[in-house]
Write a protein that binds this ligand. Structure first.
Ligand SMILES: [Zn+2]
Length: 657
C-alpha cells in the first residue's frame, strides 16, 4: 500500500510539464498558486510598500526576515504584540526566514535555533524557516556533512515541537556542491514531512554565475525530495533564472534582488541586467517604463528613482512568472528555457546537465504534448522528448520483416511522410522489405512517422540529425540500404507474407506506447480498420472487436475495453495499471476521476498523459483513464487527481464483490 507514506496535504499539483508544475499551496492565511515570487520585505527599509505589492503586483505571499525583527527591540515588541501580519499590513500568507543568510554574510549571529523558531511561531508566521547551517560552495566535504547533520537535527526538533494547524515548517536542503550530500539531505527532509523545502546555500553559486553547479545541486535535492513540494530556491531573484529553475522543479522564489539591484541603478530583464546610466532606449512595457521618460528616470531625485527601478524590476519578475505559467499550460517550457539560456553563455552551458540527467528527467516527461515541439537550437536535441524516441528507435524497435530496408529520402515539408508515399507503400507492402524515411530528426521507421514528436515537431530546413543514418544501420545490422528509385527497385525484391503496412504501424506504435509485446498481442487475429476519407486509420478492430482508436493529433492509441483486456492478459501487474481501492472503483466505474489517495499501486512506467488501465486489487477491469500524476507523485500526494477516467466499465457479473 502506498497510502502509508503519503503526506503532502498542503500542496497540490494542478497542471504540469515535466518536473515543472502549477501548484496550489495552502497556508493558514490562504491558498496561493505556484510558481510564484515572494518579495522580501525589510520593515526598516520598505522600498515598495506592502499595499502597493498587494494591489498592483501579483503578490500572493511575502517573506520577511525574523532575525531582523528579533534584533530590533521596537520591531520585536510590535510583532510579538500585533503579529507579523499586522506589523507588515498584509493579510495573505507570510513566510519568515531565520537569520541563516545573515550568519553566512557576517560569520555568526547571536540567536539560538530554538529561540528564533519559537519567535517565528509567536509572531504568527505562516511558513517558519528553521535556523539551518549555510553550506558554502568551498566547504570541505566533512564540513558540509557536519553542517547538514546539524540542520537535520534542527529540522527534527522543529517537526517534533510543531503545533498542528498553526504554522508550516520550511526544512532547507543544504550540502554545498556535494551532490550525494544534497540528495541525502533532501531525502531526510522529505521523510520528515516538512511543508516547504528551501534549497539553501546557493546564492554564492548564482552570484558567481556557476549555473551548471546550481542546476546539479537543484536536481540532486529534487532526487532526494521526490515530487514533494513546494520547493523554494533560496535567494533566486533574477528573472533570467526562473524558467530553468521551474523546469527542474522549483516552485517558490524569494526576491530582495529587485531592491538591491535598484539601489545600484540596475534594471533587470529576463535576458540580463542593464544599468540605468547605460540605457538610451527603454524598450520595456511595464507601467514604470511606459509612464516615465527615460530622462526623468535618470534625473528625478535619487530615492524616487530607486523606488521606480525597484518597481520595474518587480514587474519584470512577475511577468516572467506569468510567461512560465503559460508555458507550463501549453507544454512549451523547454522552449522558453532554451531561449532564456541564450542570455548568458554560462546559463547555456548549464543545459548540459539536463542532457546528463536524462534518466531522471524522463520519469516526469510526458510521452506526448498537445502542441508541436519547436527546435530553438542545438540544445533542443537533448530534450527528453527527442531523446526518448531516439533511444527507443535505436534500442527497442524491431525490424518487422526479415528482408532489406528501403530508404525514402523526402522533401522535409512532406509531413506526415507516409501520406506522401501512399502509392509506394501500396507497391511495396507485399514485398519482404522494411521502410525507413529521412526526417528532420534523421531516419525513422516509416510506420512511426505520425507518432509524437516525429510529425509534431518543427525544425529548420537544414538537417538536425537527432538520429544518424550510420548509427541506425549499425544498430539494426543493416549492411546496405536500398534507396527507393521508383518501380524499377521492385525487380530486385522478393515477395513476403509478413505484416502489411497498417499492421506494421499498429505493432510499432503499440510497442512504443504500451511496452514491448503490446504490438504482437493487439494484432494476434484478423485485423480490420475504419479509415477516414484521407485513408488514415481511425479505429482498429481485432476479430471484429473494436480494440483501439488512433488519436489524430499525436498518433497514439486510445484503448477500448477489448484492447484493455488484451493488454491486461499480456502484461503482468502492475504494468499499465493503476490499482484502486474497492471504494474508489465504484466511482471510477461511473466515470469519476481517480483520486491520488485511493491509489494503492501504480506502474512506474506510466507517464503524464498516458493511457492507463484502472483495476481493483484483484485485477478486475474498472476503467480506462488518462494519467495525470506519475507513480512517484501519487506516492507523495494525498491531494488531487491521479488520473481522469475516460470510460468506466460495469463490474463483470462473475466477479465476486
Ligand atoms: Zn520596465
Amino acid at each position: 500500500m502506498l497510502n502509508s507514506i503519503k503526506s503532502d496535504k498542503m500542496f497540490e499539483i494542478k497542471d504540469k510539464d515535466g518536473l515543472a508544475r502549477l501548484g496550489e499551496f495552502t497556508t493558514p492565511h490562504g491558498t496561493i498558486e505556484t510558481p510564484t515570487i515572494m518579495p522580501v520585505i525589510n520593515p526598516n527599509r520598505e522600498l515598495v510598500s506592502v499595499k502597493k505589492l498587494e494591489q498592483e503586483f501579483d503578490t500572493q505571499i511575502l517573506i520577511t526576515n525574523s532575525y531582523i525583527l528579533y534584533k530590533d527591540q521596537n520591531l520585536r515588541d510590535k510583532s510579538l504584540s500585533k503579529g507579523v501580519h499586522d506589523l507588515l499590513g498584509f493579510s495573505g500568507p507570510i513566510m519568515t526566514d531565520s537569520g541563516t543568510f545573515q550568519a553566512h554574510v557576517y560569520g555568526d549571529i547571536d540567536v539560538e535555533p530554538e529561540e528564533i523558531l519559537d519567535f517565528q511561531r509567536r509572531i504568527g508566521s505562516d511558513v517558519i524557516t528553521i535556523l539551518d547551517e549555510f553550506t558554502e560552495p568551498d566547504d570541505s566535504r566533512e564540513t558540509a556533512r557536519k553542517k547538514v547533520q546539524k540542520t537535520i537535527e534542527r529540522a527534527e526538533y522543529a517537526q517534533k515541537s510543531k503545533k498542528d494547524g498553526k504554522s508550516l515548517n520550511a526544512l532547507p536542503v543544504q550540502g554545498s556542491v556535494y551532490l550525494d550530500i544534497r540528495e541525502r539531505c533532501g531525502e531526510s527532509m522529505g521523510d520528515m514531512n516538512g511543508d516547504v523545502y528551501p534549497i539553501g546555500g546557493v546564492v554564492p553559486l548564482m552570484e558567481d554565475y556557476r549555473f551548471q553547479e546550481l542546476v546539479e545541486v537543484i536536481i540532486a535535492a529534487k532526487k532526494g525530495l521526490g515530487p514533494r513540494g513546494p520547493v523554494h530556491l533560496f535567494g533566486a531573484g533574477h528573472p533570467m533564472l526562473y524558467s530553468l529553475a521551474v523546469l527542474i522543479g522549483c516552485d517558490l522564489f524569494d526576491s530582495s534582488s529587485y531592491a538591491k539591484y535598484a539601489k545600484r541603478g540596475d534594471m533587470m530583464y529576463p535576458e540580463g541586467t542593464r544599468n540605468i546610466e547605460q540605457i538610451e532606449y527603454l524598450g520595456c512595457e511595464c507601467p514604470v517604463c511606459t509612464s516615465n521618460d527615460l530622462k526623468d528616470l535618470k534625473e528625478i531625485n535619487k530615492k524616487e528613482n530607486v523606488r521606480l527601478i525597484a518597481e520595474h524590476n518587480l514587474w519584470v519578475c512577475f511577468r516572467e512568472i506569468n510567461k512560465i505559467k503559460q508555458s507550463i499550460k501549453e507544454g512549451s517550457l523547454w522552449e522558453l528555457v532554451e531561449r532564456r539560456a541564450r542570455s548568458h553563455p554560462k546559463l547555456l552551458e548549464s543545459l548540459q546537465v539536463l542532457n546528463q540527467e536524462y534518466q531522471f528527467l524522463e520519469r516526469f516527461e510526458p510521452r506526448s504534448r498537445d502542441r508541436a515541439s519547436l527546435y530553438t537550437g542545438q540544445e533542443s536535441i537533448y530534450r527528453p522528448t527527442f531523446k526518448r524516441i531516439k533511444n527507443w528507435i535505436l534500442k527497442n524497435y524491431r525490424l518487422p520483416k526479415d528482408g532489406p530496408t528501403v530508404y525514402f529520402e523526402l522533401d522535409q515539408s512532406q509531413k506526415p511522410y507516409s501520406r506522401y508515399l501512399r502509392e509506394e507503400i501500396e507497391m511495396l507492402e507485399s514485398y519482404d522489405v522494411n521502410f525507413l524515411v529521412s526526417t528532420q530528426m534523421g531516419p525513422v521507421p516509416l510506420e512511426m512517422d505520425e507518432v509524437y514528436p516525429i510529425a509534431q515537431s518543427v525544425f529548420p530546413s537544414h538537417p538536425v540529425q537527432i538520429i544518424s543514418l550510420e548509427h541506425y544501420k549499425r544498430k539494426k545490422k543493416i549492411d546496405e540500404l536500398i534507396r527507393w528509385e521508383g518501380e524499377k527497385t521492385l525487380t530486385t525484391l522478393s515477395k513476403s507474407k509478413g505484416p502489411d503496412f497498417d499492421e506494421m504501424k499498429i505493432r510499432a506504435t503499440a510497442d512504443y506506447q504500451f511496452g514491448k509485446g503490446a504490438g504482437e498481442a493487439l494484432t494476434n487475429g484478423t485485423l480490420s480498420y475504419i479509415k477516414n476519407n484521407k485513408g488514415r486509420i481511425k479505429n482498429v478492430k481485432l476479430d471484429r472487436d473494436h480494440i483501439l482508436s488512433i488519436r489524430h493529433y499525436d498518433g497514439f492509441f486510445t484503448l477500448k475495453e477489448s484492447g484493455a483486456r488484451i493488454l491486461l492478459d499480456e502484461f503482468s501487474p502492475p504494468e499499465l495499471r493503476i490499482n484502486v481501492t474497492e471504494e474508489s472503483a465504484e466511482f471510477n466505474r461511473d466515470g469519476k476521476s481517480v483520486f491520488s489517495k485511493f491509489v494503492t499501486e501504480m506502474s512506474s512506467n506510466l507517464r503524464h498523459g498516458d493511457e492507463s488501465i484502472v483495476v481493483t486489487e484483484k485485477d478486475d477491469l474498472v476503467a480506462i483513464a488518462r494519467v495525470f500524476l506519475t507513480e512517484e507523485e501519487v506516492m507523495s500526494f494525498d491531494k488531487g487527481v491521479a488520473a481522469a477516467v475516460r470510460t468506466g466499465f460495469e463490474r463483470s457479473k462473475d466477479t465476486p464483490i
